[in-house]
Design a protein around this ligand. Structure first.
Ligand code: SF4
Ligand code: SF4
Length: 301
């Protein structure tokens, strides 16, 4: 089945080497409380609404075939029992206050979009990055895209949370030049609390991937009150130092709350859990911890 794509980012410079095009697929087995792309978690189409952009023209109310929309003092409200997510309201909204997230692309169509970036990609030593959501949820499509990119001599990066079937991961590794692998927490109970799933499979998969000789960059979201403490980071550094093969580079990504607006658009609550940006001191301490274990780490990337 063709996955839904919720974004295609051109000129991406933080998703692997050079200038890249990043394809964001919908659907993720995790539900991290800090997720910057909350619309990526559901594999299905979603409707987003920005009240501040709504001028109350009510074109959407008139055109909705299901009578699912009402103008209220809080803007347009959708009756999701009636709404079929047909997207007509988004099409007719003059200010784009209503948007739909997620549309299908065929492989050939996506390859055409990628090829339009060929000049920047070739000149910068860039490539294509598959992200999400979790691209490994869409095994067949991902493998086909990786084959097509490989045949066209495009560098391939896969950005994964690691919660995937191990055989799938190793099959993907045969066709991938670089993995961006997320590491969030080492304690299983805390991992469950903050992401909704156990980290056992993720850690096992990371070991398997390292054993396979894959090129891996580790991405750690650095979040005060979640994982920026000395013990958690030391456990992570210990784990990474013990991986077989070449030591992975670590990118520490300091948390910030720029995604709050997206949660509003989805009508979801954000940060009820006291997540905070790490201080400069905490960021420097994190770098020093990885350095102590002989692991190259940097802020950002
Ligand atoms: S793994 Fe990534 S995409 Fe999935 S919920 Fe967590 S932050 Fe969001
Ligand atoms: S997506 Fe379609 S059914 Fe749902 S509110 Fe908009 S127009 Fe109505």
């Amino acid at each position: 089945m063709v996955p839904l794509i919720f974004d295609i980012k051109r000129y991406a410079i933080n998703d692997g080497p050079g200038i890249r095009i990043t394809i964001f697929m919908k659907g993720c087995p995790l539900s991290c409380k800090w997720c910057h792309n909350p619309e990526s978690q559901s594999p299905g189409v979603q409707k987003l609404y920005t009240e501040s952009k709504c001028i109350g023209a009510q074109e959407c109310v008139r055109m909705c075939p299901e009578d699912a929309l009402t103008l209220t003092s809080k803007g347009i409200v959708t009756d999701y029992e009636a709404c079929t997510l047909c997207g007509i309201c988004a099409d007719v909204c003059p200010t784009k206050a209503i948007e739909m997230s997620g549309r299908p692309y065929e492989l050939a169509g996506l390859m055409q979009i990628i090829e339009r970036e060929r000049v920047h990609i070739d000149q910068s030593g860039g490539g294509v990055t598959f992200s999400g959501g979790e691209p490994l949820m869409h095994e067949d499509f991902l493998l086909q895209m990786l084959d097509a990119c490989g045949e066209n001599k495009l560098h391939r990066t896969v950005d994964t949370c690691g919660f995937a079937d191990s055989e799938t991961l190793l099959a993907v590794a045969q066709k991938t030049e670089l993995f961006l692998f997320d590491l969030k927490l080492m304690d299983e109970a805390k991992h469950k609390k903050w992401t909704g799933v156990s980290n056992k499979l993720i850690l096992e998969n990371l070991k398997l991937l390292a054993q396979s000789g894959a090129n891996i960059n580790i991405r750690i979201p650095l979040i005060r009150n979640v994982n920026a403490d000395y013990n958690t980071l030391t456990q992570m550094a210990e784990f990474l130092a013990a991986l077989p093969g070449k030591k992975p580079v670590v990118n520490l990504l300091p948390y910030h709350n720029i995604a709050a607006n997206k949660y509003n658009k989805l009508g979801s609550k954000y940060n009820e859990f006291n997540m905070e940006e790490p201080t400069d001191e905490e960021q420097n301490r994190a770098l020093a911890i990885f350095e102590k274990f002989g692991i190259e780490a940097e802020i950002g990337g």
